[in-house]
Write a protein that binds this ligand. Structure first.
Ligand SMILES: Nc1nc2c(ncn2[C@@H]2O[C@H](COP(=O)(O)OP(=O)(O)OP(=O)(O)O)[C@@H](O)[C@H]2O)c(=O)[nH]1
Ligand SMILES: [Mg+2]
Length: 391
C-alpha cells in the first residue's frame, strides 16, 4: 500500500489501519536536511582546512586541533589544550574516541610517572577539603597536582563541580594545580575508561601527583581502587561505621585510614578513633602486599596532620617500590583495564544490535508472561548476535 501523504508534510506509515483516526498516534514527519542544522562554524567553508584534512573534530566554538597540536599542547602543559584533550577523551562519539586514541598513543610514553592517590569516604567526611589542604601542601613542596573526581552514578552533567570548586578555592587558583570534575557518563565502565585516560594525559602534562576523589556511594570505591597506587579512606570520629556508610570491604581496599576533623573539641575523639582503628587493622588483610595499613588523624581545615599523612604515602611509595609491589599492581591494573574494555565493548555491541534489541523486547514480554525461561531467552539472543556477526 502506498504511503498516504498528509497536508503538513507528514506521512502515515503502511501499518496504520485504514480508519485509525488521530488516536492512532503515528505520523512520520519529513526530515530536515542536516546542512540546515549545522552551526556556522561547522559549515564546510568555515572549517580549518589543515585540521579538517587530519579529521580531528572539536567543539564548534573552537578552532579544530590536529593530533600534533593536542600532543604538543599537553606536553607543554597548555592548560586550555589539556582541558580540551580531556573533553575529547570524555566524548562518546565514535569519531572523537578514535581521535582521542591517536592523541593518547602519542602521549603514552610521557605518562605513568606520577603517584596516583585515590581518596574515598562517606559524604561530608571532608574529602574535598582534605584535597585542598593536601594539594596546597604538595604545591609548596614543589609538586604539580592534578585533581580528578570519579562519580559513576552521575548521569547529570558534572554534579560535583559546584561543591568541589568551593571546597578547593585556593587550590583551583594555583598554577601548578589542575582540577577536573567528574565526567558525566551513564556507565561505570565509561567513567573508569575516561578517568584512566584523563590521568594519563595529566601525567604527560607533568602533573606528578594525581588525587582522585570518589564521589557518590557504591561501586566507585572499587573503580577508583583499580586505577590508583594508594587508596586513602577518610573517616570522622564518633559517627559510627554504619552512619559513615563504611563497610568492612572498603577498609580492606584502603592503604591508610585518616580520621579527619581532628580539631577543636574533636581532637580527643579523633585520637581514640585512630587507636581503635589501628587495633582493628591488625585483623584485616592489608590491601597491598608488604604494606601494613595505617590509621592516622588530621584536620583538613587547619592543615594539622597533613604533612604526616603525606609522609605515610611517601613511605608507602618507598616500601612498595623496593618490594616491586608498586610496579606489579600497575601492571595488573593495565591488564584488568584491557579486560574491562573488552567487556564494555562486547556489551555495547550486543545492545546496539537492532535485531537483538527488537527480539529482546519480544522475549522480555514472553518471560514476564511466564511463556519462556530466562536462560532460553538469553541463548536465543546470543545465538542471534553470533549469527549476525558471521559472514
Ligand atoms: N571542623 C572541620 N570541618 C571540616 C574538616 N574538613 C572538612 N570539614 C567540613 O566538612 C564539610 C564537608 O566537607 P567536604 O570537604 O565537602 O566533604 P566531602 O567528603 O568532600 O563531601 P562530599 O564530596 O559531599 O562527599 C564542610 O563543611 C567542611 O568545611 C575538618 O578538618 N575540620
Ligand atoms: Mg567532595
Amino acid at each position: 500500500m502506498p504511503k498516504k501523504k498528509k497536508e503538513n508534510n507528514s506521512y502515515t506509515p503502511d501499518w496504520v489501519p485504514e480508519n485509525a483516526g488521530e488516536a492512532f498516534a503515528t505520523k512520520i514527519v519529513k526530515g530536515v536536511k542536516p546542512e540546515s542544522l549545522k552551526p556556522e562554524s561547522l559549515k564546510p567553508e568555515s572549517i580549518n582546512p589543515e585540521s579538517a584534512k587530519k579529521g580531528f573534530p572539536a567543539r564548534s566554538k573552537h578552532i579544530r586541533l590536529s593530533c600534533e597540536q593536542y600532543v604538543e599542547g599537553v606536553l607543554k602543559n597548555d592548560r586550555t589544550i589539556l582541558a580540551r584533550a580531556i573533553t575529547l577523551i570524555e566524548s562518546n562519539s565514535r569519531k572523537h574516541i578514535e581521535a582521542a586514541q591517536s592523541v593518547l598513543k602519542e602521549l603514552l610514553p610521557y605518562s605513568g610517572k606520577s603517584l596516583r592517590v585515590g581518596i574515598t569516604g562517606s559524604p561530608g567526611a571532608g574529602k574535598s577539603t582534605l584535597i585542598e589542604s593536601l594539594g596546597m601542601y604538595l604545591i609548596e613542596q614543589g609538586h604539580k597536582v592534578a585533581v580528578l573526581a570519579v562519580d559513576p552514578s552521575s548521569t547529570v552533567n558534572r554534579g560535583s563541580i559546584l561543591g568541589d570548586k568551593t571546597r578547593m578555592e585556593k587550590l583551583s587558583r594555583e598554577q601548578n594545580c589542575f582540577i577536573r570534575p567528574s565526567p558525566s557518563c551513564g556507565t561505570l565502565g565509561g567513567v573508569a575508561r575516561k578517568s584512566r585516560e584523563t590521568m594519563l594525559v595529566c601525567e604527560a602534562a607533568g602533573y606528578d601527583v594525581i588525587l582522585v576523589e570518589t564521589v557518590g556511594v557504591g561501586q566507585s570505591e572499587t573503580t577508583v581502587r583499580s586505577m590508583v597506587d594508594f587508596f586513602l579512606l577518610v573517616m570522622i570520629a564518633g559517627a559510627g561505621d554504619e552512619l559513615q556508610g563504611i563497610k568492612k570491604g572498603v577498609i580492606e581496599l584502603a592503604d591508610a585510614l585518616v580520621i579527619n576533623k581532628a580539631d577543636g573539641d574533636n581532637i580527643q575523639k579523633a585520637l581514640s578513633a585512630m587507636a581503635e582503628f589501628s587495633y582493628a587493622l591488625k585483623y584485616i588483610q592489608p590491601a597491598t602486599i608488604g604494606w601494613k595499613t595505617e590509621a592516622t588523624v588530621c584536620s583538613a581545615l587547619t592543615g594539622e596532620g597533613i604533612p604526616e599523612l603525606w609522609e605515610v604515602i611517601e613511605k608507602f611509595k618507598k616500601i612498595t617500590n623496593a618490594s616491586k609491589s608498586f610496579i606489579n599492581r600497575r601492571k595488573i591494573q593495565t591488564i584488568e583495564w584491557m579486560y574491562k574494555m573488552i567487556d564494555d565493548g562486547l556489551i555495547e555491541e550486543f545492545y546496539s544490535n537492532r535485531e537483538v534489541l527488537y527480539e529482546l523486547v519480544n522475549l522480555t514480554r514472553k518471560i514476564s508472561k511466564g511463556e519462556l525461561l530466562p536462560p532460553s531467552a538469553a541463548e536465543i539472543l546470543l545465538k542471534m548476535f553470533r549469527d549476525s556477526k558471521s559472514y
